[in-house]
Design a protein around this ligand. Structure first.
Ligand code: B12
Ligand code: SF4
Length: 514
């Protein structure tokens, strides 16, 4: 069958700092290709809707598969699906991905018949079965694990047997030079592990994978890296190098291959402290950028997010990251109940430290615990505002003031790390990029004010809401795991890794419940 895999357009964040290849969709595309289907892929982060419609008209795919990792992309996907169905009435349209997995019924309802099914969970595990059913026995589509249609639901989604069997179809992407993160321009993506054993209340990474954690074998990871042509690599793992031996083994395998690249990764403060030597080793291999999810600069905030780490540990980790000579970015979650004084304190902190501070807004997403505890308070059901750059919970300050304070705080990043300041310190790198025709990094330096603007953010709340999401049932005292998880927890691997997380919890001794 002819399958067109589609990634939706960019969100606010990707308009400045980074734009990355749709790795998850590439995995799904490759699984379909290996099952004998013809597959094409289009990424609307770098191509237009016009180009998409041209492609479907010319190629006439029988199946169109949208990737919906981000909730804010739901309306765009619904509209594209509806227009696609008008143009290709016999096509089978499906939606998969992280966010789609948490709101399948809403997606089908908004689609009003245009979307045939949502495929929940890891796409590689079920895509071949689904395509087989579509081709040979459409009645059996609902028997596919993870499938949700208006008529019924299949068995629960399955995990892939081994991450080692997977390969992303990187070759299907047409504009590979468009992907970058900061100075790492161009930049490819790679996956060394999947899932997270922690359980922060604002995050859905752990609920998607049933709090499991799986790793790619070091040799396979190195082999995949060797297939990457770009000089820079973004490691997509939720928390990089949780297991020191795994981090070392991949590093050694890469060293043996003699390849040299620059790397970006994301990790936790406690993991960095505990596995300091691994990160040191990776620095020698080319680790350049590190993102630390600090989230709060007070103990109470950390406890409320159930981050299971202490402030002292996080600050110590920052010191270690600095001593490694890496470019470090940290994330802080702005709570809607912040007032001027609180913003002021955070702003001062952002100015005092050398790191890049990214400020996101506390947002209850479907799939997170806060979605169940906070959903009654949400002020909007407009998917587009669920991008952690908008306030969807009631703000203590009037909303226009909240956005003014938020953007003023985010401005610190602009002052310190973008514009002429950045160009001065990266002049040589920037000149090198330009000589090679890579313009993503240089262009990003002056975009801040066009994208981050309190008036624009406020105006986003005034737009008519074409599709409104359904709120969860009233909160209970305890949230049942089956309400949260996409892939059911359990199995030997899941338990084994829980023990890894517990080690960290013991070490940091936060004494939080749950
Ligand atoms: C790496 C990452 C990023 C990277 C790049 C991701 C990319 N290439 O698009 C960067 C740093 C850019 C990023 C940015 C943001 N991110 Co992010 N990100 C992740 C992270 C950690 C891993 C994603 C990943 O690549 N996983 C590895 C691949 C292999 O898995 P995958 O993409 O999920 O794909 C699998 C399935 O989802 C499914 N699947 C995917 N597509 C399809 C399609 C079909 C048809 C099918 C059947 C299946 C399927 O099968 C795939 C293979 O198993 C996730 C957390 C997580 N674990 O999912 C958060 C996560 C997706 N991000 C999140 C958020 C909030 C953001 C931002 C909005 C943050 C911000 N500061 O503004 C931005 C917006 C980015 C944008 N698109 O514009 C949230 C999403 C919340 C939501 N419900 O919308 C997540 C879940 C983290 C969290 N806190 O809970 N992100
Ligand atoms: S440690 Fe990171 S990925 Fe894991 S649950 Fe917390 S925020 Fe999510």
């Amino acid at each position: 069958m002819k399958l067109l895999a589609v990634h939706p357009g960019p969100l606010m964040y990707t308009q400045i700092y980074l734009r990355l290849e749709p790795l998850g969709l590439e995995f799904v595309a490759e699984a379909a290709r290996q099952a004998g289907h013809q597959v094409q892929l289009i990424d609307l982060q770098v191509e237009t809707h016009k180009a998409y419609f041209k492609r479907i008209e010319r190629w006439q795919p029988e199946v169109v598969a949208f990737s919906c990792n981000y909730l804010a992309n739901v309306p765009e996907i619904i509209d594209l699906a509806k227009q696609t169905k008008e143009k290709l009435p016999h096509s089978f349209i499906l939606v998969g991905g992280h966010s789609a997995s948490f709101v399948p019924r809403d997606i089908l309802e908004h689609g009003a018949g245009a979307i045939n099914c949502v495929l929940k969970g890891e796409g590689e595990a079920s895509i071949a079965l689904l395509l087989q059913a579509i081709e040979h026995d459409p009645q059996s589509v609902t028997k596919t694990p993870g499938v949700v249609t208006v008529d019924g639901e299949g068995p629960p989604p399955r995990f892939v047997e081994s991450l080692d069997d997977l390969r992303p179809a990187r070759d299907l992407l047409r504009h590979r030079r468009k992907y970058f993160i900061g100075v790492l321009d161009p930049c490819a993506s790679i996956e060394f592990s999947r899932g997270c054993p922690w359980d922060c209340v604002f995050c859905s990474a752990w609920t998607f994978y049933g709090r499991s954690y799986r790793v790619v074998s070091p040799d396979k990871a190195a082999a995949d890296l060797m297939r990457i042509k770009e000089p820079n690599v973004f490691i997509v793992d939720d928390v990089a190098f949780i297991q020191a031996h795994h981090g070392f083994a991949i590093g050694e395998a890469i060293m043996k291959k003699g390849t040299r690249k620059k790397y970006y990764l994301e990790t936790r403060g406690d993991v960095l402290l505990r596995n300091k030597e691994v990160f040191q080793f990776w620095k020698t291999l080319g680790l350049t950028y590190m993102f630390l999810g600090i989230e709060a600069i007070d103990e109470d905030g950390l406890r409320r997010h159930r981050k299971r780490v202490s402030l002292g540990t996080n600050f110590e980790a920052l010191e270690v990251a600095r001593s490694l000579g890496l470019t470090v970015a940290v994330n802080i979650i702005a709570d809607p109940d912040w007032d001027e004084e609180r913003f002021n304190v955070v702003r001062k902190w952002c100015l005092d430290i050398p790191e890049i501070v990214n400020i996101s807004v506390n947002t209850p997403y479907p799939g997170t615990e806060t979605w169940h505890t906070e959903a009654r308070r949400v002020q909007t059901r407009d998917y587009r505002l669920y991008d952690i750059q908008h306030a969807v919970l009631p703000t203590k300050l009037p909303l226009p003031r909240f956005y003014e304070e938020l953007v003023k705080t985010q401005q610190v990043l602009n002052q310190k790390h973008l514009g002429w300041t950045a160009l001065k310190s990266t002049a040589k790198i920037a000149a090198g990029h330009l000589l090679r025709g890579q313009t993503n990094f240089v262009k990003m330096l002056w975009k801040f004010n066009r994208v981050y603007n309190p008036q624009l953010q406020l105006a986003d709340h005034q737009r008519p809401v074409p599709y409104a999401m359904t709120l969860p049932p009233p909160p209970q005292d305890t949230i049942k795991p089956e309400l949260l998880y996409i892939h059911a927890p359990g199995g030997r691997q899941g338990r084994a890794i829980d023990a890894v997380a517990e080690q960290f919890v013991d070490a940091t001794r936060m004494g939080t419940s749950a």
